[in-house]
Design a protein around this ligand. Structure first.
Ligand code: PGA
Length: 251
């Protein structure tokens, strides 16, 4: 039985004051979350404060990106070991905003995946098609290509220590969620591709859905057999909404 993971992706939002308030709200309601594991992936600069607030609570924390390199002359970058040093459990890699706005490649994302696992953390590995790709009917080819980049570089067993987040790009931040059936179909497809390499890994790997998941639609998405939690952007910035999503996985 897979334990769902609900992870907040705060993106580039917040202030010291709002972070404090948001965390207090999440921690106050967390005992009502019975089944899902819960995490927040926050802007780098807030990690020390988030770590000290969440230490000893059931809420884990993580980052939204990491360097492809381990140390040295890479101005402005943050290494995986630094994140580990601050107790991060999760690191998002390959988010579509990084792929499109910062030109991250499949190979670069796969390299980051390896940096995160080597440091002892769990990558939340994002993949998903754009609207144009969906309309062209190449969703399966796109997610296969993105998935294969990690498998080719690290082997299928590397997926055992990661989490996959299927995020159709057209659903991110648009309020346009994939229907539970649309999402389930791609999740099942991804799991099937992994099963071609290793059935045990395929059965165990968490595949989250991301893209306008919110307090209203979480329950029906999370009820699908291959949807193992969510990566939540906008709705993770309000404690009540985020907790409602976490509780939607209680059944
Ligand atoms: P959204 O973002 O929930 O605001 O659509 C999800 C994500 O980008 O991870």
């Amino acid at each position: 039985m897979r334990t769902p993971l609900i992870a907040g992706n705060w993106k580039m939002n917040g202030s010291r004051a709002s972070v404090k308030e948001l965390l207090n709200g999440v921690v106050a309601g967390i005992t009502e979350v019975k089944r899902a594991a819960v995490a927040v992936c926050v802007p780098y600069i807030y990690i020390p404060e988030v770590a000290s607030r969440l230490q000893g609570t059931p809420v884990a924390w993580g980052a939204q990106n990491v360097s492809t390199e381990s140390k040295g002359a890479y101005t402005g970058e943050i290494a995986a070991a630094m994140l580990m040093d601050f107790g991060c459990r999760y690191v998002i890699v390959g988010h579509s905003e990084r792929r499109t706005l910062y030109a991250e490649t499949d190979a670069g994302v796969a390299k980051k995946y390896g940096m995160v696992t080597a440091a002892g953390m769990t990558p939340i590995f994002c993949l998903g098609e754009t609207l144009e790709e969906r309309e062209r009917g190449v969703t399966e080819q796109v997610v296969t290509r993105q998935l294969k980049a990690v498998i080719d570089m690290h082997g299928v067993k590397a997926l055992q220590v990661g989490v996959i987040a299927y995020e159709p790009v057209w659903a991110i931040g648009t309020g346009k969620t994939a229907t539970p059936q649309q999402a389930q179909a791609v999740h099942a497809y991804i799991r099937g591709r992994i099963a071609e390499y290793d059935k045990t890994v395929a059965a165990a790997v968490l595949i989250q859905y991301g893209g306008s998941m919110n307090a209203q639609n979480a329950e029906e998405l999370l009820a699908m057999p291959d949807i193992d939690g969510g990566l939540i952007g906008g709705a993770s910035l309000k404690a009540d909404d985020f907790l409602t999503i976490c509780k939607a996985a209680n059944r």
